[in-house]
Design a protein around this ligand. Sequence first.
Ligand code: AQP
Length: 423
Amino acid sequence: MIGLCARHILSVYGAVQKISRPARRKAQKSPCAGLRGVACGARLCYHGYIASHKNALSRPGQGGTGPRAVFRREKRRNGGNDMSEAGAQSAAAPRKKRVFSGIQPTGVFTLGNYVGAVRNWPKLQDEYECIYSVVDEHAITVRQDPAALRRQTRETAALLLASGISPEKSVVFVQSHVPAHAQLSWVLSCFCPFGDLTRMHQFKEKSAKHPEDINGGLLTYPILMAADILLYQTDLVPIGIDQKQHLELARNIAQRFNGVYSPTFTMPDGYIPQVGAKVMSLQEPEKKMSKSDANENAVVRMLDTPDAILRKFKRAVTDSDGCVRAGADKPGVTNLMSIYGVLTGKSFADIEREFDGRGYGEFKQAVAQTVVDALRPIQQEYARLLADRGYLDGVLAEGAVRAGAIARRTLAKVYKKIGFLQL
Ligand code: AQP
């Protein structure tokens, strides 16, 4: 349920920064019939502020959980920087470079999502200002069951935290809780030639996979992804190689917009791992491993039991050569070597030496056990987090406030440049 309040209206038109402080206070006090964002009682009004939050993230003495308290805490945490562009510019030290990435809540995420992308996200937390999103708006380009989508959104967030992303260091939020993503996406769609969209590999693949529903969202998905990235003035985007083409499109859109007006968006670079950038299906190793693959034997999921993982690797498609060696002619074995290499830190040469003269059976068993060992602590932490729904929802609510503050700033800048009337 979305209601309007004075602050909302002003914020939508990008004028919130311009109104006087007393007027702003008055607007903030006005009753805001918010969007019930989370079941624990947190209420996000349409512009992304928390109206109230019963299951506090903060402990007594931390100064409450309202939006102002959250901002005060954030400001303290960032040494006075409120994480907005204005805050960043006014701080004496130059701001840390910023990272953004997202994952769709289209099911339990896979070893491919983990190895290609999510595994790298926690590593960047100390050096960069990291913003990670559960991108539910992207998920609906393919029809989703509403109850399942809600559940999977929380589960995906829990898995991200369990994978090592710390809400103390990074911003973690749900895309639909920050309306600026959809708002910027519309503007950017007017700066993206139609032909560029129809060339996208993912559009072609997903259209072929879902011929019954080739909707506009499937085509314009990369524009929303460009908005996700550009809203945060992102420097670095850690992704699997399948998203490289979309990132290039985001760069083209940014360049076009910056050229028509003046420098507005930071030009983002990709952060793509050298090994494991594309984990392939265990059953069809020419195809990437995907959450939505209907063949469960093709996909290792982050929450699979040890037995299921051992069974899936045992059945993994290899070849008749019987030799553990990497090569374009051996996609199945090369895929298993990549997974093993990423998780153990061993090179292809090391792996070839280790399994020289040993059969595929032993090799598959070793890969499976390595995966089981890598996933065990993540699965344990996931179970703990999912049982604490109040905490989880609090993290997401706070993340939406922090992300929203940065996103609105960029959106206001864009609206001003293109000539939208600001009151
Ligand atoms: N197989 C993969 N190998 C390496 N990286 C991968 N990624 C996805 N699959 C692999 C990376 O994971 C991040 C999140 O992906 P996503 O959820 O946004 O969407 P996707 O790329 O469409 O992933 P799926 O698993 O194939 O989802 P469905 O089946 O729902 O379409 C991205 O950085 C991606 O590169």
